[in-house]
Design a protein around this ligand. Structure first.
Ligand SMILES: Cc1cc2nc3c(=O)[nH]c(=O)nc-3n(C[C@H](O)[C@H](O)[C@H](O)COP(=O)(O)OP(=O)(O)OC[C@H]3O[C@@H](n4cnc5c(N)ncnc54)[C@H](O)[C@@H]3O)c2cc1C
Length: 538
């Protein structure tokens, strides 16, 4: 049994692997020259980063070696450089401009929960900060090798925790270790006829532990639920001991402590395995494109489907700019309006029933069917985008995204305001701000903004920090969340007090003080420090 996520067959699109041909087509090249006056042919490759000397001295290194074995304490340059930071625009830009943060002093690869406990004990004893590292796809500074006040810092790479521990077909749950990547987890489940069906755009590299630690959302989150909603049970190792949470599918035994670990971003401990709900590999997948007259009309249709049903599993509405960008890069005839994608996956009869009802609803409200091809082309492009971004950065383009969620009542105003603030902040750099709505809830939805502009020649880092701050302040003022699924990392820490209030920050600090009394776990991430600021504000 196989499972098809429509990852492009072409290996150059496998973002983890180096490309064997450029993804900037002649049409995209012309567009970039015309809109941004940049020349993709002038793109330069990112220089290799050479990390400085490791600070891990004899006894500290010996303690780590005793915990996991010498072969799994990597002190050599290449793995250390690769674990210095994540995949935000600023992470990639800093690597290109030789301003990458210091690499971790070692990359440590434990095999299981016992070894993780031994590593954490060694780190507390030897004054070493620990950055849990899954796929390293954080776009908010979540895996930056921040040493904080400690003598050294390690990246704790969970790649060796890569097993499907158990498939319980009666309860329809699977217990997956934290280091499994999305494709590998799906491969193991598909061999038994099941799927997790969690497909974020970072699917090729992101891990089960990363999904849990950041409360990730995938392309089917509207229908199948975001990752945190799929978790029935989890195990974690903290400096204060092990946690085993989620005994039953429902409980009234106090607050749900799984939620303390879901979204904890490595600041409390290490998630070692999760038990998640799975489903049989869908018999049928039907994803379709529709054209609606405007973003406002599309929002009304999506809200009706989200609130009154039939709610599709995939629901995604591009605004006018994002639709036009897609049309222009694909070389299709420009049409007015906005692209709406709807999709269903599951048993054939169920998909037909739900899809037919939604189709009738959309037709009744004047939407035009574009067929399955439009959705297939989106799926392919979706997984090419990260590779394309790498190429565009080298050509002098600013390419970044930011996301939020907001109630329906405020959604259209927020869409307009964030666009205006970003364009004003990037004035003079030919900014283009595109947006789509996805991850639909009864009370609201997520908005995802993509920003393209010319890079500032003198200080491109400050250029984006200025724009990001303007957009983030707009989210805070509007009562929207600072992040719907990218998480807090270091970059969103300055907005956490607005997000959860002083008492909320106090609660997070109290949990950290209990589970991580020495503060070795991922310093500078998630929680504002005592002075109210992150260690690395954007
Ligand atoms: C191109 C691109 C597209 C993206 N698309 C999406 C998307 O569609 N949806 C979405 O939700 N996100 C998306 N992201 C963001 C990112 O992929 C997610 O946050 C993902 O869940 C991170 O998984 P990871 O394994 O790479 O975690 P990492 O980046 O390695 O870590 C993320 C955070 O979790 C912590 N962590 C990792 N593993 C563990 C663990 N086992 N225990 C405790 N803490 C841990 C880290 O310390 C860090 O703070 C995207 C990122 C990129 C670069």
């Amino acid at each position: 049994m196989t499972v098809d996520f429509s990852l492009p067959a072409d290996p150059a699109s496998a973002w983890a692997a180096p490309p064997d041909h450029p993804l900037v087509t002649p049409r995209v090249r012309d567009l970039l020259a015309q809109v941004f006056d940049v020349d993709p042919d002038a793109a330069t490759a990112a220089p290799a980063t050479v990390p400085g000397q490791s600070r891990l001295a004899g006894p500290a290194r010996d303690a780590l070696v005793a915990a996991v074995g010498a072969a799994h304490v990597r002190l050599d340059a290449e793995p250390r450089a690769a674990h210095a930071n994540g995949m935000s625009y600023l992470d990639l830009l800093r690597r290109r401009t030789g301003q990458a943060p210091a690499a971790p002093d070692a990359v440590v690869l434990p095999a299981d929960a016992d070894e993780i406990a031994a590593v954490l004990t060694a780190c507390v004893q030897h004054d070493i900060a620990v950055v849990p590292f899954g796929g390293g796809t954080s776009v908010v500074g979540g895996v930056t090798a921040e040493r904080g006040p400690f003598a050294a810092v390690i990246a704790l790479d969970l790649a060796r925790l890569d097993r499907l521990v158990e498939l319980d077909e009666i309860s329809r749950t699977a217990t997956l270790q934290a280091g499994l990547t999305g494709p590998r987890a799906e491969e193991l489940l598909a061999a038994r006829g099941y799927t997790l069906g969690h497909v974020p755009q970072s699917f090729e590299r992101a891990t089960i532990g990363g999904y849990a630690a950041t409360r990730s959302a995938g392309q089917l989150s509207t229908g199948w639920g975001r990752f945190d909603a799929l978790v029935e049970h989890l195990r974690a190792v903290t400096p204060a001991g092990a946690l085993d949470l989620g005994r039953a599918p429902g409980t009234a035994a106090g607050p749900d402590l799984r939620q303390v670990l879901l979204g904890s971003e490595g600041a409390f401990g290490v998630i070692t395995e999760v038990t998640v709900r799975v489903r049989p590999v869908p018999e049928v997948r039907r994803h379709e494109g529709w054209r609606v007259a405007s973003f406002a009309e599309g929002v009304a249709l999506v809200r009706a489907l989200g609130q009154d049903g039939p709610r599709p599993d995939l629901l995604r509405l591009s605004d006018e700019t994002e639709t036009a960008l897609g049309v222009a890069t694909a070389g299709e005839e420009a049409g007015d309006g906005c692209l709406l994608l709807v999709g269903w996956e599951g048993a054939a009869e169920d998909v037909t029933r739900r899809a037919d009802a939604a189709t009738a609803f959309l037709r009744r409200h004047g939407a035009t069917a574009l067929g399955e091809e439009a959705a297939a082309s989106w799926r392919t492009g979706r997984f090419r985008a990260p590779r394309l971004r790498d190429e565009l950065l080298g050509a002098g383009l600013l390419v970044e995204t930011l996301e939020t969620a907001v109630r329906w009542r405020d959604l259209e105003t927020l869409h307009a305001t964030v666009g205006e603030r970003l364009r004003a902040a990037l004035d003079g750099a030919r900014p283009v701000v595109a947006c789509h709505l996805s991850h639909v809830y009864p009370a609201g939805a997520s908005l995802y903004f993509s920003v393209l502009a010319r890079q500032d020649e003198h200080d491109p880092v400050a250029q984006w920090q200025h724009a990001k701050r303007a957009a983030s302040d707009a989210l805070a003022e509007a009562g929207a969340t600072i992040t719907h699924h990218h998480a807090v990392g270091a970059d969103h820490v300055p907005w956490m007090t607005t997000e959860v209030g002083d008492a909320g920050v106090g609660l997070l600090r109290a949990v950290k003080a209990h589970l991580d009394p020495h503060g070795v776990m991922n310093p500078g991430k998630l929680i504002p420090d005592a002075a109210g600021a992150g260690l690395r504000a954007t």
